[in-house]
Design a protein around this ligand. Sequence first.
Ligand code: BEZ
Length: 211
Amino acid sequence: MAIQLGDTAPDFTAETTDGQIKFHQWLGTSWGVLFSHPKDFTPVCTTELGEVARLKPEFEKRNVKVIGLSVDPIESHKAWVGDIKETQGHALNFPLIADSDRKISNLYGMIHPNANDTLTVRSVFVIGPDKKVKLTITYPASTGRNFHEILRVIDSLQLTAKHSVATPVNWKFGEDVIIVPSVTDEQAKEKFPGGWKALKPYLRIVAQPRQ
Ligand code: BEZ
């Protein structure tokens, strides 16, 4: 069965460009982003990996470790990384898993046989410090991902993990949020002493709490 939100992210041992990694141990108390790409030496993947390398400080600011994966062997990953630096201006600065035996791809359902029976699709798993899966998204091989969107979701996940709020459509860090329906007005008065705007009894807008 496909991995669903709230499931424990399966643990594994992997060969990576940074050596052998035991996934849960490597994550430690951090958040994690595990993402697959279809193939080394392909154009869209080259741009994606360069972008993740460029954004690494943004992930680190949020206490997130990033790790990539494809079914290419380690020698291929190592040969390809020079192209990422040369063409994208950013050297690979996070581990890339070589999943030649497809063990991890199968564990996480990253191969969608009706799209391509051998290559991984563009899967993303965001994993919390409790090792639970908080977000899954899947893109086709032909569409490069928007990693700013992944950072945006992480901002929302980290905020909503701490406060009794949810984030509205197109929300970005710093913008107003929504008081979750399970919080009564009485409870909200304590949690949000600055008050809120109720457009409907179930739609209560409040300034974003401090992290
Ligand atoms: C790419 O990264 O450009 C790509 C990889 C596999 C299929 C299509 C595009």
